[in-house]
Ligand binder design. Structure first.
Ligand SMILES: NC(=O)C1=CN([C@@H]2O[C@H](COP(=O)(O)OP(=O)(O)OC[C@H]3O[C@@H](n4cnc5c(N)ncnc54)[C@H](O)[C@@H]3O)[C@@H](O)[C@H]2O)C=CC1
Ligand SMILES: O=C(CO)COP(=O)(O)O
Length: 323
């Protein structure tokens, strides 16, 4: 059992910890030399997952060549870097994609990008309501594991399941990915409502109407409705729209408090995927003729295209119609 984790941000480190805590020797690829050093020397990742002691069974490396002997690879980099990262991975090893986003320019989901970058590697997607720090602490978590190959899905599930970490299987890869990508944009909207003091009714409305947008877009791209209503869709939407533990929600809260997007996004080390997904999603939705007014509103705020009161008024002034 030789798992590798590519990407040592909060989520990659938490997943490495999940695997290593059960005795597996895990190799963790990190971009930053100081992360490699901290994991190997101090069994910690203060840059991305502070205050969580890591298992000595995690060995970090900065060389992708060190992943050549792995029999399973978890890919956990930011979505916009997935193509270049996966292209460097060893050929033919099953890839579990854990990034949430849509590639700019191509509008492709991560599984489609990975298939282009590594055509001979089997692909699965792991997505759901999973704050990294809670998983690293061993708190109870359920997640969707989506894979077109049922045998591979069962083998991966047996490998990653733990008493407090329950994968649920699906063959709807597209559906699992769309939920994870779209919820990040909607979490920004809910953060805006929090920051601007719009109240909890507004948040509930954004979650419900945002879920309607996710469903419209998902169905147009071939997702199944039950996947969107499951852990990787509605489950993750509820989690991310409810707490400042979410980087996307926090970004939205800053926007709602009146801070300009450019200032909030400048010099940040951690990734708020929704900020990258929003314009890509708007473009993809328009191209498919899918209406996504909440996503459009988030884009307007991220681009500083209109003042917040005007964006809120525009959403509230939409024509009354059937739910
Ligand atoms: N943090 C969480 O709770 C969860 C995160 N995810 C997803 O996992 C993915 C990674 O997020 P986090 O681990 O939270 O990241 P993070 O925000 O903790 O850290 C940023 C990561 O980006 C990497 N990075 C920066 N520039 C890069 C480049 N040019 N090439 C490759 N990597 C680069 C850094 O090395 C670091 O690993 C995202 O798509 C996120 O949506 C999914 C579930 C939970
Ligand atoms: O995807 C996540 C939880 O499932 C993490 O959300 P944030 O990226 O908004 O922190």
């Amino acid at each position: 059992m030789k798992a590798g984790v590519i990407g040592a941000g909060a989520w990659g480190t938490a997943l490495a910890q999940l695997l290593a805590a059960a005795g597996e020797q895990v190799r963790l690829w990190a971009l930053e030399p100081e992360v490699v050093e901290a994991v190997n020397r101090d069994h910690a990742n203060p840059l991305y997952l502070p205050d969580i002691p890591l298992s000595p069974g995690i060995e970090a490396t900065g060389a992708m060549a060190d992943m050549a002997d792995r029999d399973l690879l978890l890919v956990v980099c930011p979505a916009q870097h997935l193509r270049s990262v996966v292209a460097q991975a060893p050929v033919g090893v099953p890839l579990i994609l854990c990034s949430k986003g849509i590639e700019a320019g191509s509008h492709l989901l991560m599984s489609q990008v990975a298939q282009q970058a590594q055509p001979r590697s089997p692909i699965a997607v792991l997505s759901g309501p999973t704050f990294a720090s809670e998983v690293a602490k061993g708190l109870p978590t359920a997640i969707t594991l989506a894979c077109a190959d049922a045998d591979l899905a069962a083998r991966i599930a047996a490998r990653i399941a733990r008493p407090a970490f329950r994968p649920y299987l699906s063959d709807d890869v597209i559906g699992a990915e769309i939920g994870g990508a779209v919820k990040n944009v909607l979490a920004i909207a809910c953060g805006v409502a929090e920051g601007a003091g719009l109240g909890l009714n507004a948040r509930a409305a954004l979650i419900s109407r945002g879920f309607a947008e996710m469903t419209r877009f998902g169905l147009a791209r071939g997702a199944r409705a039950e996947t969107l209503g499951g852990l990787s869709g509605l489950g993750d939407l509820v989690l991310t729209c409810s707490s400042t533990h979410s980087r996307n929600f926090s970004l939205g809260k800053g926007l709602g408090e009146g801070h300009p997007a450019a200032a909030l996004l400048a010099n940040r080390r951690t990734v708020a995927e929704g900020a990258f997904t929003a314009p890509v999603l708007r473009e993809a939705a328009r191209a498919s003729g899918v209406e996504m007014p909440v996503v459009e509103a988030v884009c307007a705020l991220l681009e500083d295209a209109a003042p917040l009161p005007q964006v809120i008024d525009a959403l509230l002034a939409r024509p009354i119609r059937a739910e």
